[in-house]
Design a binder for this molecule. Structure first.
Ligand code: GLN
Length: 261
């Protein structure tokens, strides 16, 4: 199949995803091969798979097994959440804080932990309950040359030592809202479902984090846009504040551990 023919056969995706799928299949942007229009070989099967999967509503990131986060390419699969732009905002905030040792809870594909290492260095530990997610996180870190210490566990269980930063994009969606959300069709419920009020994991993190933070250390969480007031109320061990995402929705909780803790 010729490159231009391939490009047009992907136009059911819409422009941005069309360009993305094309460069994934060909290894070059469409603009680079438009004039030469070379023959593209060995992609028929994959193209069919993309068409079929997309029709069913499977996110393109899963079909291509890749996603971009903070300008880098990460492997993704249905064992992990597809990283979101909001989470890039979380990482930006982490990079503005002072820390040398950081812990990423619910690391999933490892995008946060890996990006923190590549942007700032230091000692980073990533934890997840899912063995399958951890396998992918390790693959991502290795591929990108990040030295992250990944371990399996239920939040803080099995951890020792203290950190300057605890960061997490925990599951924060209310169980009752899960059915209304398109993301819940193909993305892992373990990564999304935060229990009855969406705060099951967040409550545990707020309670346990102070014991794992050095004096003056920070807790940085991505949260649901209706959870801000609750977070401020629950986080009694922290001097906390909320910041908004690019859509101006309350999205980030930044808590500094109170010195008396
Ligand atoms: N840390 C990963 C991300 O932000 C996974 C988060 C999760 O599984 N809740 O994409």
């Amino acid at each position: 199949m010729k490159a231009r023919e391939l490009y047009h056969s992907l136009d059911f995706l819409g422009k941005t995803q069309q360009n993305w799928a094309f460069s994934h299949l060909v290894g070059k942007d469409y603009g680079e091969v438009f004039l030469d229009n070379p023959e593209v070989k060995g992609i028929k099967e994959k193209l069919l798979q993309i068409k079929r999967g997309y029709k069913k509503g499977i996110p393109l990131a899963y079909l291509l097994e890749e996603s971009y986060f903070y300008g880098r390419r990460f492997y993704v699969n249905p064992d992990v959440l597809i990283p979101r732009p909001e989470t890039e905002g979380l990482v930006e905030r982490a990079l503005d804080l002072p820390w040398k040792k950081a812990l990423d809870l619910c690391t999933g594909s490892g995008v946060i932990a890996t990006t923190l290492y590549l942007e700032k260095g230091g000692h980073i530990q990533g934890v997840d309950l899912s063995h399958k997610a951890l396998a992918l996180a390790k693959k991502n870190a290795k591929e990108l040359g990040a030295q992250v210490d990944f371990s399996q566990g239920d939040l803080f269980s099995g951890l020792s030592g203290k950190f300057d930063l605890i960061i997490s994009n925990p599951p924060y969606i209310k169980t009752a809202s899960m059915m209304d959300l398109e993301v819940s069709l193909y993305e892992p419920h373990l990564a999304l479902d935060g229990g009855r009020d969406g705060l099951d994991l967040i409550r545990r993190i707020l309670e346990e984090a102070p014991s794992y933070l050095n004096p003056g250390g920070h807790l940085l969480l991505e949260i649901g846009d209706e959870q801000a007031d609750k977070l401020l109320c629950l986080g009694q061990s922290f001097c906390g504040r909320i910041e908004v995402d690019l859509a101006k929705k309350p999205r980030y909780y930044i808590g500094r551990k109170k010195e008396i803790c």
